[in-house]
Design a protein around this ligand. Structure first.
Ligand code: NAP
Length: 284
């Protein structure tokens, strides 16, 4: 079997076209959705991420503000900026790009964002909403994975999903979203004694570790769906995921590539969350 690709670029284009249409509809009612992105310091990867997020806003017709600060900015200065954006009616989503410099408490900064504008879905109120099945913002990366499963018409009901990784931004929310769709979910992590014994039982595997070749063909049940969240570099410096793509695609039924898989979907879901925040503001 050679797996079919779930193309994150193609799906993103489709979803962003729909976002752009809804943005136009809001603009016709006098409201332009706005996203504020705060970058502190000079992290090169973060600079690329924020550029892509701002560009995605422009492409979908949203208003965006990029605030860049020196790494020497104090935590209280940053908290004051977040508070100002909380009170700015032209801004519907606030994103503080992580990681923050070591002298700042990232969780404290995230908690300062109004839950109504927490389009990254990292606020404890957003995490609680996801946990209890209430309305809130879902973290963009696992939300993008769910959209990828939806795009292939995959029903999770009665399926066994194995999530590798338990971070607050990917693994744990991913597991909750899969659970909400009636999958039976296993979460694996660095202390899981026999990862292969777990993944071999899975109908769906989400790899969110940050290590190359965490998932190889011998660990995958024939016909499983494999979503690769990892972002790593190979020896040649080329972007790659956590999954041994060439091997696993011979066994899986569907697989996401890296690059061009989950990565673009993450930014797309940020656009969706920002749009929905604006729609809620209009309805309020
Ligand atoms: P993280 O916070 O470092 O979490 C990694 C998780 O992997 C931890 O739960 C860790 O277990 C687990 N782990 C480590 N080694 C393992 C092993 N050998 N077997 C099983 N589990 C293992 O990372 P993250 O923020 O979740 O990100 C994960 C990856 O996704 C990274 O490559 C990141 O760059 C990528 N990412 C991509 C996107 C995107 O848009 N495509 C977005 C976010 C993240 P412990 O908890 O026991 O330490």
């Amino acid at each position: 079997m050679t797996a079919q690709l779930i193309d994150g670029n193609a799906l993103s284009r489709q979803l962003r076209t729909q976002v752009a249409e809804r943005v136009s509809a809001l603009k016709a009612q006098g409201l332009t959705p706005g996203l504020a992105v705060i970058l502190v310091g000079e992290n090169p990867a973060s600079q690329v991420y924020v550029r892509n997020k701002v560009k995605a806003c422009e492409d979908t017709g949203m208003h965006s503000v990029l605030e860049k600060y020196e790494a020497s900015m104090t935590e209280s200065e940053l908290l004051a900026r977040v508070e100002a954006l909380n009170n700015d009616p032209s801004i519907h989503g606030i994103l503080v790009q992580l990681p923050l410099p070591a002298h700042m408490d990232a969780q404290k900064v995230i908690e300062a964002i109004s839950p109504a504008k927490d389009v990254d879905g990292f606020h404890i109120a957003s995490a609680g909403a996801l946990m209890t099945g209430m309305a809130g913002f879902w973290p963009c990366t696992p939300y993008g994975c769910m959209k990828m499963l939806e795009s292939i018409g995959y029903s999770l009901k009665g399926k066994h999903a194995v999530v590798i990784g338990r971070s607050n931004i990917v693994g744990k929310p991913m597991a909750l979203m899969l659970l909400q769709q009636n999958a039976t979910v296993t979460i694996c992590h660095s202390a899981t004694p026999d990862l292969k014994a777990m993944t071999l039982q899975a109908d769906v595997i989400v790899a969110a570790v940050g290590k190359r070749n965490v998932l190889t063909a011998d660990m995958v049940k024939p016909g499983a769906v494999v979503l690769d969240v990892g972002m790593n570099r190979d020896e040649a410096g080329k972007l790659c995921g956590d999954v041994d793509f060439d091997g696993v695609r011979q066994v899986a039924s569907y697989i996401t590539p890296v690059p061009g898989g989950v990565g673009p979907m993450t930014i797309t879901m940020l656009m969706v969350n920002t749009l929905e925040s604006a729609e809620r503001a209009l309805a309020a």
